[in-house]
Design a protein around this ligand. Structure first.
Ligand code: PLP
Length: 448
């Protein structure tokens, strides 16, 4: 948490000692620096602006010579704790909180690219991300080349000297095929570009930085918040990508930037141990893109996400245990034609699951009903516990029939390419009692 000139060091609580991501999800990033008895829970700093302590300190903040707060579009103490805490959970050097997952992806990639540049992306993506990359980025003059992650070499083969990063999702849905993180990260390094990974489906279960990812993005709306109560997004920087060693590929970070008084982001002179100094990449995103486009996270929403983050490790375990039981149950059912669940995969897919997810098969299950589209609609309507919602990542179990909702606008051939058939159902398995969940599934399968 950045320092304030009004801090009273004697009032600080003794530093918390912890060594694991699980403890970091509760304690990470929170150090009280105001002169009153420290609140146990991170307070909500619901303010648009901060009173600047002196002319010199104000100039230092605006010149990037010192950490501090001026205006909540750029940073806010409640959002700072969320950034620091999730960075601690994932083993990142620093984080940036924004208004939604879409904002996180957009800023993470725009921070690296300008018109004429390109990105090589996995073609297994959330639909909203696909639209952002294929349509909106194309209008900005940024080309996105989509490749199958099934063969990691596809990423290098699609690249050229204007490629600025590789992008993918750790566990895209509905295919639920685990991304080959280590292989693609190595190829990215060979080319001199970072691997940016969307780890929305697997926070805490998979820590992509441990496997070589350079930048990680989240829709915190999903499992990090965990209660379906707010939108939010996060960008985390591993701090391990050497921008200066690949300066030709990353002129936006390594040459003077007119968007901030000609600063060279990799040479700001900020203390490398400070939250802002640890990541030139996120400092640039904050001080140019977040400043100019404005998708900042509200302090209240940051607080809701912090509440969720405190139980993330417990919830992800409970989601995984329930999802495994649900998938195994569905596999045996006569009205179910097939089930996709990474925790029950075999062969190469099982090896990827084990390497990246350990013994947690993840929270999502996709299955296909034998009765096709009509059966899908009947199934959804017969549910009495599981909610019919196109969201995921809630403590409540949620079911979607993609062919009549999220994928309804796509031609059938494109639905099939995305892994959606007329009888497909996606379950975001919640943490309710497993017997209640299985009873609801039985009831709905009976009606399908
Ligand atoms: N990334 C993935 C994998 C998602 O599933 C979603 C939303 O469903 C997003 C990003 C976008 O997140 P948000 O809805 O918070 O903007």
């Amino acid at each position: 948490m950045p320092d304030h000139d009004i801090s009273v060091p004697s009032a600080r609580p003794a530093g918390k000692a912890f060594r694991t991501a699980r403890s970091a999800s509760i304690h990470g990033g929170y150090e009280w620096r105001l002169g009153i008895t420290p609140p146990v829970v991170t307070p909500i700093f619901q303010t648009a602006a901060f009173e600047l302590p002196s002319a010199a300190a104000a100039a230092g903040i605006f010149d990037l010579q010192q950490d501090g707060h001026a205006y909540s579009r750029l940073n806010n103490p409640t959002c700072d704790v969320l950034e620091e805490r999730m960075a601690a959970v994932d083993g990142a050097a620093a984080g940036l909180a924004v208004a939604s997952g879409q904002a996180a992806i957009a800023l993470a990639l725009l921070d690296l690219c300008q018109a004429g540049d390109n990105i090589v992306s996995s073609d297994e993506l959330y639909g909203g991300t696909w639209n952002l990359l294929a349509n909106t980025f194309a209008r900005f003059g940024i080309e996105v080349r989509f490749v199958s992650p099934g063969n990691p070499k596809n990423f290098t083969e699609a690249s050229d000297d204007r490629t600025r990063c590789f992008f993918g999702e750790t566990m895209p849905n509905p295919k639920l095929r685990i991304f080959p993180v280590e292989e693609v990260a190595e190829l990215a390094e060979g080319l001199g570009v970072p691997l940016v990974l969307d780890n929305t489906m697997l926070p805490y279960v998979c820590r992509p930085i441990e496997h070589g990812a350079h930048i990680v993005v989240y829709s915190a709306t999903k499992y990090i918040g965990g209660h379906g109560s707010t939108l939010g997004g996060l960008i985390l920087d591993s701090g391990r990508f050497d921008w200066d060693a690949h300066a030709d590929r990353h002129p936006l970070l390594t040459t003077p930037d007119a968007a901030h008084g000609g600063v060279v982001w990799t040479r700001t002179g900020l203390d490398l141990d400070s939250p802002l100094g640890r990541s030139p990449y996120l400092l640039k995103a904050r001080e140019t893109l977040l400043r100019d486009l404005g998708p900042c996270l509200s302090p209240f929403n940051a607080w809701l996400l912090l509440q969720g983050l405190e139980t993330l490790p417990l919830r992800m375990r409970a989601h995984g245990e329930n999802a495994r039981r649900v998938a195994a149950h569905l596999q045996e059912h006569p009205r179910v034609a097939s089930v996709r669940y990474p925790g029950l995969a075999t062969g190469d897919e099982a090896r990827l699951t084990e390497r990246y997810l350990g013994d947690n098969g993840g929270p999502l299950v996709q299955f296909e009903l034998t009765g096709g589209r009509e059966a899908g609609c009947r199934f959804i309507e017969a549910l009495r516990l599981i909610s019919h919602v196109t969201n995921i990542g809630d403590v409540r179990s949620l079911a979607t029939h993609p062919a009549s909702t999220t994928h309804a606008q796509l031609p059938e051939a494109d639905q099939l390419a995305a892994g959606v058939t007329q009888g497909s159902i996606r379950l975001a398995v919640g943490i309710e009692d497993i017997d209640d969940l299985l009873a609801d599934l039985e009831r709905a399968l009976g009606a399908s």
